[in-house]
Ligand binder design. Sequence first.
Ligand SMILES: C[S@@+](CC[C@H](N)C(=O)[O-])C[C@H]1O[C@@H](n2cnc3c(N)ncnc32)[C@H](O)[C@@H]1O
Length: 311
Amino acid sequence: MAEMRHIPVMLDEAVEGLAVKAGGRYLDGTFGRGGHARAVLSRLGPGGRLLLMDRDPQAIAEARRAFVDEPRVAIRHANFGSLAEWDETAAGLDGVLLDLGVSSPQLDEAARGFSFMADAPLDMRMDTSQGESAADFLAQASEREIADVLWQFGEERFSRKIARAIVERRSESPLTCTGELAALIDRVVGRREPGKHPATRSFQALRIRVNGELDAVRHGLDDALSRLKPGGRLAVISFHSLEDRIVKQFIRDHAGRVQGSRRGPPAAAKPAELVAVGKAQFPSDAELAANPRARSAVLRVAEKLPLAERA
Ligand SMILES: C[S@@+](CC[C@H](N)C(=O)[O-])C[C@H]1O[C@@H](n2cnc3c(N)ncnc32)[C@H](O)[C@@H]1O
């Protein structure tokens, strides 16, 4: 099989945002196929260190192959939501990069079950070594739970109708393939948004649920902040509004605003720990023309404040 490629999204902007120092220690929590990681590594000197994580065993196999002779690189197969558990992070980090979502190889390899474009087992796990697949979830969840997932993580207007159809269908035989699910949703929804398959929202929602993606982002941000050194940078690329909202809110929550409601007595101001570096950034027109998968990307960068500057 030809090696599948992933075109890194907002590469220059993200690496610029990390303000890489030659002797620094950086963590890329979403190695994928290493586009961002290689760019960071190219800026590190002999004393620098690059920590790589991915929850996908195939991505980790690729990292191990690519950096077998690279003493500055350490690699760990894990969810970035537990990055602080890695002893390599205990010395503190000068930067953390999270390029969220799925990689092109994950989407393009039909057998991973992320895509409705080809018929394959309904899996959708990024970490194929553990956890429940999308087929397992759809076999066991209640109608209500399925509807909630489709609504909350996919903003699918037909969430209840689709959930009902799934539950009716599974009483006859289990739903095990992407093609069957896509066809069922197509029938239930019965209409198309321009340029969008009717199953797009449901597939996104199931993927987020199966991989616990939003919880991973929340834990990953907390862990990143705890491990960043003063002056260290956090750069996060999100691909949908649910993720971006969490990142935006996280930066805001740690920017030292006064807590408390307008009516109640003002609570003590929380000391600022982070400061946003610039505004949200989006891919350039040139990048969008070259790589349509960059379409919904948003990059946010923040810097951890030195103690003395915390208001
Ligand atoms: C958009 S791709 C990253 C692409 C990468 N920056 C590159 O240039 O090749 C996202 C990757 O992050 C991984 N991933 C997503 N969520 C993760 C998590 N919570 N922990 C670890 N890896 C995760 C996916 O398995 C996938 O390989």
